[in-house]
Write a protein that binds this ligand. Structure first.
Ligand SMILES: NC(=O)c1ccc[n+]([C@@H]2O[C@H](COP(=O)([O-])OP(=O)(O)OC[C@H]3O[C@@H](n4cnc5c(N)ncnc54)[C@H](OP(=O)(O)O)[C@@H]3O)[C@@H](O)[C@H]2O)c1
Length: 333
């Protein structure tokens, strides 16, 4: 088979598409012929050795995908050859085949498009876990989503709207704001493409507060961090929940703890990889509920580009430079 290969931790441009040995399923594992794989921000981090988890080299990046089971190892009970499945692994999806634990593959209807199934688990799984388990979202909530036109951001917008919450989307450009408006957000804030100094941060807090109709956001979803995080936290409501999801803007922010005291708020971490390990049943339940919402049309993932797997390196580079909207999916012919 062919795969995108990372031989050593290095810039994304050093990834290569080349022939490697086919994977073999061990006990409890299945081999999936990958039809489509979803691109996620951590894919650009993992190949540079900048992610929380560092696989043995050489390896293929790619956290998630969708395809057809082509062989099963001993003791596999949940899947058979020929089944269509979506899967999550953490690495290995940017390839023609992948071996995954049967517990991390989930059946999808044969008629469900692989390109949509491939890009759901990471962004919808993360945002659903954050909004439902951590923030206990309901229709009374007023939700601020930062980086709202990105992968996890747009999934958070989509999920929050499906719960009937009021949603304000914060993004860097007018074009990204238009994408969010397409998802029915109630208002938008454009914070620009530059880092904010103290004055810029004060202005952003003022603008965010002006966009809340209830005196502050009861949930703030933050996948960007850096200079945008503290102004956002200052716009939270009494007793609200601030979800720490990622740091795409660069620095990990440090919050003055008096803000939590003054707002009576919670700052809550969201980490899908650890959640899957620690709470596999809740994760499976979440995926079932996401599947039902997708099936009923209440969730509508935004696939902005489909690209041949062999040409994926450029898009992995672009996601690190803010050059991706919604979800990019790589396809094997
Ligand atoms: N906690 C978890 O379990 C989990 C799971 C998945 C992803 N993540 C993290 O969440 C973050 C977003 O992931 P994603 O897959 O949604 O990525 P994405 O599609 O690239 O979206 C990230 C968004 O961040 C914003 N951004 C601000 N400054 C940026 C910069 N300097 N470079 C790139 N983007 C910048 C961009 O929106 P604007 O241009 O509008 O600012 C962009 O749309 C990443 O840090 C990722 O590691 C965490």
């Amino acid at each position: 088979m062919k795969a995108i290969i990372c031989k050593k931790f290095a810039p994304v441009s050093e990834l290569v598409w080349e022939e490697v040995a086919d994977p073999i399923a061990g006990p409890g594992e299945i081999v999936v012929d990958v039809k489509a794989a979803g691109l996620n921000y951590p894919d650009n981090l993992i190949v540079q050795g900048l992610y929380q988890f560092q696989p043995e080299r050489p390896f293929s990046p790619g956290h998630e995908g969708s395809g057809v089971v082509s062989s099963v190892g001993p003791d596999v009970k949940m899947h058979s050859v020929g089944d269509s499945v979506a899967f999550f692994k953490g690495f290995g999806a940017f390839a023609e085949k992948i071996v995954v634990s049967e517990r991390m593959a989930f059946p999808i209807p044969k008629s469900f498009p692989h390109k949509i199934a491939a890009g759901v688990f990471m962004v919808y799984g993360t945002s659903y876990h954050g909004l439902v388990q951590r923030a206990k979202i309901n229709k009374q909530d007023e939700v601020l989503v930062l980086g709202a036109a990105g992968g996890v951001g747009l999934a958070a917008v989509d999920i929050a709207k499906s719960f009937g919450a009021r949603v304000v989307a914060a993004v860097s450009t007018k074009e990204k704001a238009e994408v969010c408006k397409g998802y029915g957000v109630d208002d938008v804030v454009i914070y620009g493409e530059e880092k904010l100094d103290k004055e810029g941060q004060k202005a952003l807090t003022k603008e965010l507060k002006s966009k809340s109709v209830r005196g502050g956001f009861s949930i703030i979803y933050d996948p960007i961090g850096d200079c945008f995080a503290e102004p956002a936290l200052r716009s939270i409501s009494w007793g609200g929940t601030y979800l720490v999801v990622g740091f795409a803007a660069g620095k990990i922010p440090l919050f003055p703890t008096n803000l939590m005291l003054l707002k009576g708020c919670a700052v809550s971490g969201v980490f899908i990889g650890r959640f899957q390990q620690e709470e596999p049943r809740q994760n499976a339940q979440n995926l079932k509920e996401i599947g039902e919402l997708l099936g009923s049309g209440k969730l509508t993932p935004f696939i902005s580009e489909t690209i041949p797997m062999s040409e994926s390196v450029d898009a992995i580079e672009r996601i690190a430079k803010r050059g991706v909207v919604g979800k990019v999916v790589f396809i094997n012919d």
